[in-house]
Design a protein around this ligand. Structure first.
Ligand code: CIR
Length: 253
């Protein structure tokens, strides 16, 4: 169960965020409204939400998930692989020092963005992407081992982050799309497959028995519903324009 979340209000400079999609620039006012509803949804799921101020220096700073990994006894500050996002960690470090006694860090030449890290109980799958390299992954595995946890890497070429294509929904259920469907490391899970035309919905999040699904993906919604979950649809279309999804917008712990 999660009890808290950290989010950062989108900045006006959001419109200049990184993107590989061709969906146009996000609309700032709409993004603010969508973000407010996202925060309310987290609260409705029982979380205390810590809301950080917008940070105009970093267009992508609302995607807080990438800057830290929060495990039960420790906060791990990442080292984003995107040059424009590297220093987002400075402010996050200050926030997390106040909340966690223990702070670990991923350091150069290792890079890691936590959108590439998927928690399954005490095991963490780490995607090797353009943002996360094997040195960063190995540093994370060493930190996890110190706390009695484990990690393993997953190579892939499709999408920005591991969790752009795979989400663990607890109870051995894995939401999965594209080439991830055939990955041998995921064979042990009950796979809930997401059709290619709804692949964005593979980034859905489990929060305390509910599954937050992006608005507008009816086939995926139905499949998750059939697996016994309560669904909450959330409109994050403005963040999608920057390759961001539901998980990217918060750190949940
Ligand atoms: C980026 O390219 O870094 C942002 N525009 C999107 C980050 C999405 N984060 C995530 O999937 N965890």
């Amino acid at each position: 169960m999660f009890t808290k979340a950290i989010v950062r209000i989108p900045c006006k400079n959001l419109v200049n965020g990184l993107t590989a999609s061709n969906l146009g620039k996000p609309d700032y006012e709409s993004a603010i409204i969508q973000h407010q509803k996202y925060v309310q949804t987290l609260k409705d799921c029982g979380l205390d939400v810590i809301i950080l101020d917008a940070d105009e220096h970093y267009p992508d700073s609302t995607f807080v998930e990438d800057t830290a990994l929060l495990i039960p006894k420790c906060a791990i500050i990442t080292n984003p692989g995107a040059p424009s996002r590297k220093d987002e960690i400075i402010k996050m470090k200050k926030v997390l020092i106040g909340l966690f006694g223990n702070l670990e860090e991923i350091k150069d030449p290792g890079t890691l963005e936590a959108g590439d890290v998927m928690m399954v109980g005490t095991h963490y799958y780490i995607g090797l992407s353009e943002r996360t390299n094997s040195r960063g992954a190995n540093q994370l595995i060493a930190i996890l081992n110190q706390f009695g946890m484990t990690g393993s890497t997953v190579s892939f070429k499709e999408g920005l982050h591991l969790k752009s294509g795979v989400s663990y929904l607890e109870n051995n259920n894995l939401l999965v799309t594209g080439k991830f469907i055939d990955k041998p490391e995921f064979r042990k899970f009950n796979l809930i497959t997401v059709d290619q035309d709804e692949s964005y919905a593979a980034n859905s999040i489990w929060i305390n028995g509910n599954v937050l699904v992006p608005q507008g993906f009816p086939k995926t919604r139905k499949k998750i519903e059939s697996a016994g979950y309560k669904i909450i649809e959330v409109d994050v279309s403005e963040f999608r324009k920057l390759d961001g999804g539901l998980s990217c917008l918060s750190l949940r712990f």
